[in-house]
Write a protein that binds this ligand. Structure first.
Ligand code: FES
Length: 120
């Protein structure tokens, strides 16, 4: 899906940032990335399909703006949910997971029905 750009500005330049590779894990799958990558950028290297589901209708989502505005990149990072992956740099050994949280709307729906019954 996405391909890393070559940062070498001069053709024939043998210096490369790829030598600073670290490994993070997305759904237990290893990803080789650079320490300067955001979590979202690292995950997009492996074509994740989706990285979270919406809590209301379970629709799949993936990072979109990559600058902290849209909140489509929420993921579980090292066991902590609701992390904005485009704003967090990778760290060697980081464990990243999709966020599949469905909101429990049963209480909200029950309260709505109670309000409706009182108004009848
Ligand atoms: S991708 Fe938009 S806030 Fe992270």
């Amino acid at each position: 899906m996405f391909k890393r750009r070559n940062n070498n500005s001069n053709a024939g330049d043998s210096e490369s940032n790829d030598t600073d590779s670290i490994t993070v894990y997305f759904e237990d799958r290893p990803i080789a990335c650079r320490p300067t990558d955001s979590v979202a950028a690292a995950v997009l290297l492996v074509d994740p399909g989706y990285t979270r589901r919406t809590p209301v209708n379970n629709a799949p989502r993936a990072p979109y703006c990559m600058m902290g505005v849209c909140f489509e990149c929420l993921m579980e990072i090292d066991g902590v949910e609701n992390q904005q992956a485009c704003m967090i740099l990778v760290r060697d050994g980081m464990q990243i997971r999709r966020q599949d949280l469905m909101a429990d709307l049963s209480d909200a729906n029950a309260a709505k029905q109670d309000d409706g019954a009182k108004n009848d």
